[in-house]
Write a protein that binds this ligand. Structure first.
Ligand code: NAD
Length: 353
């Protein structure tokens, strides 16, 4: 049994689905179901007893302590977070509350539980913290990619709050001996990605005939990883990572945002051409840049490959094609997210809890 936090979000739900597709070890999925949490992502697990969904806050010490003592998981994988940079600029408070205070409360509950385990269970236990490359700050165009020893220089309230959570996780290892692992991953893309993020936003807006907003000059460079590759990296770190270590996870695929948008447009031109036959790229609209927008992130994923033998299975070309196809085939999911139908469903189904 493992406990996952934030397993109804983008990466967490992909992780839960992959985990249960590959083995029968049950998952307790603790999720607060913020705007980013969506049980529709997990609809295929309905009635599956290996998936125990709990609607709640990772910052609720009593709830988490109760779940840990009741289910006795051998590991906790922490995905739960406020994750959208733009939202962190407009309202940083939630990011501090969830990513910093929430992670702290979770660690406290886990520390209490772990301290009470017998020696063998204590040694086998793992707390895996899922984090981001954004904690390392922005890179100059010719600078080498981020390694695990790159110093932390977070520039947005989001990355600062994630950096704080990474430091707390580190401190719980060094101070209390908690067997932690941390992964810092680059930008993910793939199925179930909330359409406020770049790639799904482009696919959805293109289809709706709306402008495709690109920040500034569109030359901000990111590394991109197909979400299922991130999930396989987390599984690998969980099974073989060295306690106390940090692993950078990336796709070896640095690309400017504008190029990503043009690739998405090209795929849509091929798979779902516009009725008037014009290219989707004509819908691109440059908009005022985000304040403090980092120019470049790049991940050096050598360590996880050398020490744990992990490499991404998808290239950007194969992964982005799968992603665009998924969105075209799952218009109902997109509509549910946009119309708020799943939130109504949630209110009806969870009203009594
Ligand atoms: P997401 O916003 O899609 O999902 C976050 C999930 O956490 C949601 O289901 C939400 O309901 C839940 N949640 C929020 N606050 C909670 C709380 N207090 N208690 C329990 N659940 C709570 O995020 P994502 O893109 O899936 O990212 C997951 C993790 O991976 C985050 O920690 C993020 O920092 C990290 N990460 C994301 C990316 C990326 O490209 N998306 C890249 C690297 C790292």
């Amino acid at each position: 049994m493992i406990l996952v936090t934030g397993g109804a979000g983008f990466i967490g739900s992909n992780f839960v689905l992959d985990w249960l597709a590959q083995n029968d070890e049950p998952v307790i999925n603790l999720d607060k179901l913020t705007y980013a949490g969506n049980l529709a992502n997990l609809a295929s697990l309905e009635g599956d007893e290996r998936h125990i969904f709990v609607h709640g806050d990772m910052g609720d010490f009593a709830l988490v302590s109760d779940l840990l003592s009741r289910y006795q998981p051998r590991a906790v994988v922490n995905f739960a977070a406020e994750s959208h940079v733009d939202r962190s600029i407009h309202g940083p408070g939630d990011f501090i509350q969830t990513n910093v205070v929430g992670t702290f409360q979770l660690l406290e509950a886990v520390r209490g539980y772990w301290g009470g385990l017998d020696a063998a269970a204590k040694q086998a236990f793992r707390f895996l913290h899922v984090s981001t490359d954004e904690v390392y700050g922005s890179l100059d165009a010719d600078a080498p990619a981020f390694t695990e020893t790159h110093r932390y220089e977070p520039n947005s309230p989001y990355s600062a709050s994630k950096a704080a959570s990474d430091h707390l996780v580190r401190a719980y290892h060094h101070t209390y001996g908690l067997p932690v692992l941390t992964t810092n991953c680059s930008n993910n893309y793939g199925p179930y990605h909330f359409p406020e993020k770049l790639i799904p936003l482009m696919i959805v807006n293109a289809q709706a005939g709306k402008p495709l907003p690109v920040y500034g000059d569109g030359m901000q460079i990111r590394d991109w990883l197909f979400v299922k590759d991130h999930c396989s990296a987390i599984r690998r770190v969980l099974e073989a990572g060295q306690v106390g270590e940090v692993y950078n996870v990336g796709g070896w695929n640095e690309m400017p945002n504008i190029e990503i948008v043009k690739i998405v447009c090209g795929l849509l031109d091929e798979l779902r051409p516009r009725a008037d036959g014009k290219p989707y790229a004509g819908q691109i609209a440059y908009v005022t840049d985000r304040p403090g927008h980092d120019r470049r992130y790049a991940i050096d994923a050598t360590k996880i490959e050398r020490e744990l033998g992990w490499r991404p299975a998808e290239t950007f070309q194969t992964g982005i094609r799968k992603t665009v196809e998924w969105y075209l085939e799952h218009g109902d999911w997109v509509e549910g997210v946009q119309s708020g139908a799943y939130r109504n469903w949630l209110e009806t189904n969870y009203a009594e809890r």
